[in-house]
Design a protein. Structure first.
Length: 450
């Protein structure tokens, strides 16, 4: 029997979530490498017990779709016998190449393991909101700055040894910086911060507490551990897709899943290609990516070509990365629009605009799950029409609606107009800004002036 989930809790392996195409199970790896045999076994189990669709989420979790009440338990049992280290309890994220990449100031994997044990021993999980999360960043190039977390630790080297910056409620750009702690105090510091949140009730989150009470309760909790310091400097955006040098001389190859999902058979074939490239396994990464670990540098190009042939993304500038698409119908019961069926055609129609400077959000409903932030263009599918929002979220007021069957021709028309209007050395986002929301809506609705 599948146990019930707490309200607001994410799906898990043992408590999958009902969706339009059956039950959805989620696996959150600890950050350890998933061996090739285990990944192949996961693919086989997804085909045998589900509909064969595997997703990697924006936070690097793995989701398996299409399970049935009659098959979910068998799937969970099959996965439990695979060599995959999974998080149970409060999610603690570490950098995708933790322990493998040069530049780490601390042992992030070891710190995360100690923190998991301490949280379990403190019996905090049941007192915290289901989506509470912690991020531990060791300071390596493939960092976690874009990943939001309730509690964030970022290591930096100093003259007296490494220190850990403590931040609350957001990603690295908008989180509240408290100061630094010594690595030996990190577990105690996080436990105290989580206890402050837990004391406000099982729905409390760090960001909401910062809004209502400020940082004082958190600073007080860490008074004997915290050292005042300036915030760590901003870093260039971390890019998972592409080749990464590992400190043992091998490489990791970052591969993106188009629109966040792949067929289990294609992923199984990718596993075979990774085996030929003498890789040892996979790790997941934020932004819906997989990292093939331990590839000899001379095999990277062949593996990338094989992945490309299987429909995966191997270039950071792939136009498909600029489109955020939710599962849509029939996978999601909230949607009447097959967003993932439309997404490849939308990417092709807008290819000249998708230069990485803007985001297009293709949503099956107003919840906007695939992209909660504002996008240059948000398209919300309904039963027969598509609502158009410019520079807004899925909850914003639409400027115009167009028939759903006219969407792809309308996007192609916008792509042509934008290409013609684009100035030398201008990014697509700037072109759309010059065109303005009203003209974009008119172009999509085929009401171009003149």
């Amino acid at each position: 029997m599948i146990p019930p989930r707490r309200r607001g809790e994410c799906p898990s392996l043992v408590a999958p979530m009902p969706t339009g195409d059956g039950l959805l199970a989620r696996i959150t790896p600890t950050g350890a490498t998933i061996p090739l045999a285990a990944m192949a076994g996961l693919c086989a189990a997804a085909r045998r017990h589900g509909n064969g669709i595997i997703e990697v989420t924006s936070r690097g979790s793995i989701q398996i779709r299409g399970l049935a009440q009659s098959s979910a338990a068998a799937f969970a049992d099959a996965v439990a016998h695979l060599d995959i280290e999974m998080i149970a309890g409060v999610p603690i994220a570490v950098a995708p190449l933790a322990g493998l990449e040069a530049g780490e100031a601390i042992d992030t994997a070891g710190l995360a393991a100690s923190l998991r044990e301490a949280i379990q021993a403190a019996d905090l999980r049941g007192r915290l909101a289901p989506k509470i999360s912690v991020a531990i960043d060791g300071g390596s190039p493939l960092h976690l700055d874009a990943l939001a977390a309730d509690v964030r630790l970022r290591a930096s080297a100093g003259p007296d040894g490494p220190r850990l910056h403590v931040l609350l409620g957001g990603d690295a750009a908008n989180a509240t910086h408290l100061g630094t702690v010594a690595p030996g105090d990190a577990v105690e510091a996080v436990l105290r911060l989580l206890a402050v949140i837990a004391a406000r009730g099982p729905a409390a989150r760090a960001r909401s507490l910062l809004r209502t009470e400020g940082a004082n309760p958190f600073n007080t909790a860490l008074a004997d551990l915290l050292t005042a310091s300036p915030a760590a400097p901003a870093r260039p955006r971390a890019e998972a897709i592409g080749q990464h040098a590992l400190r043992d001389g091998q490489s990791a190859l970052g591969i993106g899943l188009a629109f966040g999902h792949a067929d289990a058979e294609a992923l199984e074939r990718l596993t075979g290609a990774a085996r030929k490239a003498q890789a040892c396994g996979f790790r997941t990464a934020p932004d819906r990516a997989l990292l093939v670990i331990g590839v000899s540098p001379e095999h990277v190009d062949a593996l990338a070509a094989a992945a490309e042939d299987l429909g995966f993304m191997t270039h950071a500038n792939d136009p498909r990365r600029s489109i955020a698409a939710c599962p849509g119908a029939p996978a999601c019961a909230c949607s009447d629009t097959p967003t993932r069926t439309l997404a490849p055609s939308a990417a092709k129609a807008l290819a000249s605009m998708l230069d990485g400077s803007l985001k297009v959000h293709l949503s099956g409903c107003v919840k906007g799950c695939a992209n909660p932030d504002a996008a240059a263009l948000t398209l919300i599918g309904g039963k027969d029409v598509c609502a158009v929002i410019v520079n807004g979220t899925a909850q914003a007021e639409p400027l115009v609606t167009i028939p759903i069957q006219a969407l792809i021709p309308a996007l192609a028309r916008l792509g042509r107009v934008a290409a013609a209007a684009r100035q030398s050395d201008e990014r697509a986002a700037a072109t759309l800004s010059r065109l303005g929301a009203a003209q974009i809506a008119s172009i999509l609705a085929e009401r171009v002036d003149g």
